[in-house]
Ligand binder design. Sequence first.
Ligand SMILES: *Cc1c(COP(=O)(O)O)cnc(C)c1O
Length: 370
Amino acid sequence: MKVPFLDLSRQHAPLKAELMKVFETAVDGSGFIGGEPVSGFETEFAAYHGGGFCAGVNSGTDALRFALTALGVGAGDSVLTTAHTFIATTEAISQVGAKIRFVDVEEATGLMDVRKAGELMASEKIKAIIPVHLYGQCVDMDPLLQLAKLHGAKVLEDACQAHGASYKGRKAGTMGDAAAFSFYPGKNLGALGEGGAIISKDAGVIQTCKMLRDHGQKEKYVHVLEGYNGRLDTIQAGCLRVKLKNLDRWNAERVKQAQFYNEKLRDVPGVGFTETPSHNEGVFHLYVIYVDRPKELQKHLQDRGVGSGFHYPIPLHLQSCYAGLGYKEGSLPVTEKLSRRLLSLPVFPGLTQAEQEHVVISVREFQGSR
Ligand SMILES: *Cc1c(COP(=O)(O)O)cnc(C)c1O
């Protein structure tokens, strides 16, 4: 049996007619930039988050970058985040001219260790914090928001893996000063190409993001800022409107699949899991296990036709592009430990129980517990 790590065709096949209609409307009307699909999607994505404002942009990376600028972060500022994430989180920090400061993660969840963030912020001025809701699980936001308030720091949620997740009943992306989402095709809500968005309750933040995505224009050819070409295009916005209506259903499938793995893998020797805190309703962008020999397990799974992945095998503070930041092996011990042990198993809308059984049997086989 072959079990792909991710198969997007299973979510798109039932929506094909609706998606093709989006393309047809764009081609017939020659409307490719801006227009009603973009503003309509922004309204609907904001409404999905209980109101506020939204700016559609070209990627999650742009969303992070524009939001930092709109929150007043720039040259000379320091921004605190984790090294256990995709590099886009920190690219945005450097690219607005700010300095990257790393804090370690909690071993139990793989998410920002807010207590350690507090220790760091007691002795160092931090302009903004980027909590990363990794794998679709929310960072412990209440203490983090308290900490930010105490030090006058802004909070930008990296919700690129957490569309629809919630924390104590509050949706990911609604708790900080602003939030960045990615609509890269494989995300819980993915476009049929590149896409991203910023949401915020602050109309001014979103207005600035809308200028930044469009060359800093306030009106045509009036540039009040120097911006970027970072727009969400019309076809992607139209496809995202179709897909947004299915997000909760897809997330519920991911949660069910994760529960299945939890039950079937719980007693397997040498397999560890990150905990989902009870106040967290995660959406399992990824389902990650921790084992002693992840590379060998991946090879074994491959031989059994099962796809898997590493998210992420080299922590950011040990990437050569960040050698100049002064971190070394041992600087973030928990991050380093997790990165050596992790392996992501298939989890996506349309994955069948029979396929999951095959994944489970293959993992058990390797771990020596049939
Ligand atoms: C995907 C991702 C991003 C970047 O999104 P793009 O749309 O690929 O630019 C940023 N942060 C995290 C945590 C991500 O997973």
